[in-house]
Write a protein that binds this ligand. Structure first.
Ligand code: ADP
Ligand code: MG
Length: 152
């Protein structure tokens, strides 16, 4: 069983800066999944992560495309696989998951068979108007270490 790491943030800025700090521990080929209801903070989190990866462009939810790529110190591949709910379509996930950047996957459970076993699962939940709970579930030793460093 992997251990869980939980933090609570009190503002969008705090969520973004937590994600920005997480970015500093990431490498090419790292995969993060992001789950959480509408308004939980997935986009806020991803914007912070992008900043930490050195992305200059503005990150928005990839509502009409499945994947958006952003150049940075490390590229960011932002995937929203919601529209793949009822298909087993492989749109070439490995190119992203084993690519030169960091992948962030929203609605990742829709593509469970394609997810790498080594990844960081992140769940955001609403906890009142300005509080959010962020739960990290590292899968694999590397992400266990990342979580330990991040919580220091
Ligand atoms: P999602 O992409 O999951 O739908 P967004 O990031 O687009 O969520 O929206 C989160 C909303 O919640 C924003 O309006 C943001 O200002 C607000 N918010 C309030 N408190 C927080 C917090 N602690 N962390 C993140 N977002 C927060
Ligand atoms: Mg969003």
């Amino acid at each position: 069983m992997s251990s869980n790491y939980t933090i609570r943030t009190q503002s969008p800025e705090e969520t973004a800066s937590f994600a920005e700090k997480l970015a500093s521990f990431l490498h090419a080929g790292d995969v993060l999944t992001l789950e959480g209801d509408l308004g939980a903070g997935k986009t806020t989190f991803t914007k912070g992560l992008a900043k930490g990866l050195g992305v200059k462009r503005t990150v928005n939810s990839p509502t009409f495309t499945i994947v958006k790529e952003y150049e940075g110190r490390l590229p960011l591949y932002h995937l929203d696989v919601y529209r793949l709910e009822d298909s087993d379509e492989d749109i070439g996930f490995d190119e992203y998951f084993h690519g030169d950047g960091v992948s962030v996957v929203e609605w990742a459970h829709f593509i469970a068979p394609y997810l790498p076993t080594r990844r960081l699962d992140i769940r955001l939940s609403y906890n009142g108007e300005t509080e959010r709970k962020i739960e990290l579930s590292p899968l694999g030793e590397d992400f266990e270490r990342v979580c330990e460093e991040l919580m220091k």
